[in-house]
Design a protein around this ligand. Structure first.
Ligand code: NAD
Ligand code: UGA
Length: 459
């Protein structure tokens, strides 16, 4: 079959895989190829067990794979064939040298840019899908234009706003698609090519355009604002615990103000995921580079509150379990950074697990999708840890349960049965406020929610 366009996604991760699959699904007239330097990942995308868990993803991949969606190990040839290249490689926080722990590590992105330059034999539109420091597109252009050929490269910024666990829904029905371009004739032409692709399923009024730098910055700022809301409500959860108020009631009352809105106001054990912290730290780093120290400090506060919230959770466990966790069995319900994903990157569960092990507790970790990732995360750390699939088996003989991920499954468990199988006094720390606290208390548990008075038997 003759395809209308050849699209290539470089980077077969949480962004590249689902975005490519959605594009192939919505646009059968285009050939969409996904490549990655990680050959094992490509093999997994070609198998029945996809490398990531995302509701609805498998169905879309099954329908499109081999029709107009292809996962390939051949980077070189596919760069040659593609007219439009989406770059979705990882941009983690730098762990070495200047900016370590703050700046974005751009080595994967730059390698990709050099590959594109090396193998391209015809004009390309290159689309930044990954989250990058402001003005990265400039650097990309410089790399492309450093070879003498007469190939034309147009760089666009098209940041991805999907959230894990709802990626398919977000991709299918995005609040907005943002496309940043150079305001030159060629930049605007390239922008229209991308607009046309999205128009296959996104209403035109939701496809917004801007200059490149504003687009790059908007992505960092969107994540910073979202994380800021979580840290804001988490800071108030500490206040509520101290003052005997209920953070859910406060969030409800505040969120009903239409200027504030009710989303992202769930207090919890702290935000995780591969992006919030990395993107805010990157923003903080960039602010300091521009000499904007007060602005940097302001945003750094969001990360600091997040650290505080995780540590507060651990200290609360320690204090309420009679100031010693030595030899105590603690079941961690959930390890993914949020529900409906197998991703554990920067999960608050990792921090909490490390700290509980430092206190010499014994951990039993359970999660419906992220248990293998949890094992990998905890491998280096060691300590007394078991990984158990069945939550009922996991809680057996435990002194405490802590809910780390808001999987619906955990709110539906038989807590009478769980109570009976635990050591007494049985404690529950609901790090996501998803359980029926009064019911648990009536069963016999001592219950410690986030931002609400604890339900504890008289001592
Ligand atoms: P990921 O680690 O899941 O995937 C990145 C992939 O790129 C990996 O499979 C890696 O092997 C591959 N890669 C690295 N260098 C390569 C190269 N030179 N050639 C080919 N492949 C290469 O990362 P992710 O979560 O998909 O995130 C990718 C980018 O998208 C990041 O900048 C992130 O900030 C941004 N983002 C992520 C999300 C999310 O929900 N995870 C959402 C929006 C934006
Ligand atoms: C986030 C953004 O929501 C996406 O728009 C963005 O594209 C993505 O980052 C990215 O750039 O990677 P994601 O991290 O997948 O998506 O998930 P979120 O739903 O934003 O949750 C992030 C963390 O905040 C989770 O740990 C979640 O449990 C926590 N959270 C979220 C709360 O504690 N309370 C809330 O009310 C909302």
């Amino acid at each position: 079959m003759e395809f209308k366009k050849n699209l290539l996604f470089i980077g077969a991760g949480y962004v590249g895989g689902p975005s490519a699959a959605m594009m192939a699904y919505k646009c059968p007239q285009y050939r969409v190829v996904v490549v990655d330097i990680n050959q094992e990942r490509i093999a997994q995308w070609n198998s029945d067990k996809l490398p990531i868990y995302e509701p609805g993803l498998y169905e879309i991949v099954k329908e499109t794979r081999g029709r107009n969606l292809f996962f390939s190990k051949d980077i070189e040839d596919n760069i040659r064939c593609a007219e439009i290249i989406f770059v979705g490689v990882n941009t983690p926080t730098k762990t070495f040298g200047e900016g370590a722990g703050m700046a974005a590590d751009l080595q994967y992105w730059e390698k990709t840019a050099r590959h594109i330059r090396q193998y391209a034999q015809s004009d390309k539109i290159v689309v930044e899908k990954c989250t990058l420091p402001v003005k990265t597109a400039l650097a990309m252009e410089e790399i492309f234009n450093s070879s003498n050929g007469d190939i034309r490269f147009d760089v666009l910024s098209n940041p991805e706003f999907l959230a894990e666990g709802t990626a398919i829904k977000d991709l299918e029905n995005p609040d907005r698609v943002l496309i940043g371009s150079r305001q030159t004739a060629s930049g605007l032409r390239a922008r229209e090519v991308l607009v046309e692709i999205y128009e296959n399923w996104v209403p035109r009024e939701r496809i917004i355009t801007s200059d490149i730098w504003s687009s790059e910055l908007s992505k960092l700022v969107a994540n910073a604002f979202l994380a800021q809301r979580v840290s804001s409500i988490n800071s108030i959860s500490a206040f509520c615990e101290a003052a005997g108020a209920d953070v859910s009631e406060v969030a409800r009352a505040v969120g009903l103000d239409s200027r504030i809105g009710n989303k992202f106001l769930n207090a919890g054990v702290g935000f995780g995921g591969s992006c919030f912290q990395k993107d805010i730290l990157n923003l903080v780093y960039l602010c300091r580079c521009y000499g904007l120290y007060e602005v940097a400090d302001y945003w750094e506060g969001v990360v600091k509150i997040n650290e505080y919230q995780k540590e507060r959770f651990v200290l609360n466990m320690l204090r309420t379990m009679f100031n010693t966790l030595v030899g105590k069995k603690i079941c961690m319900m959930g390890f993914a950074f949020k529900a409906n994903t197998s991703d554990t990157r920067e999960s608050p569960a990792i921090y909490v697990a490390k700290r509980l092990l430092e206190e010499m507790a014994e951990l039993i970790i359970t999660d419906p999708e992220a248990l293998r990732s949890a094992e990998a995360d905890m491998k280096e750390i060691g300590g007394n840890i078991r990984f158990v699939d069945d939550p009922y088996e996991a809680v057996q003989g435990c002194h405490a349960v802590c809910v780390m991920t808001e999987w619906e499954l955990y709110s539906l468990l038989d807590y009478e049965r769980i109570y009976k199988s635990m050591d007494k006094p049985a404690m529950i720390y609901d790090g996501r406020n998803i359980l029926d606290h009064q019911k648990l208390f009536d069963i016999g548990f001592n219950v410690f929610p986030i931002g609400k008075p604890a339900l504890r038997r008289e001592r």
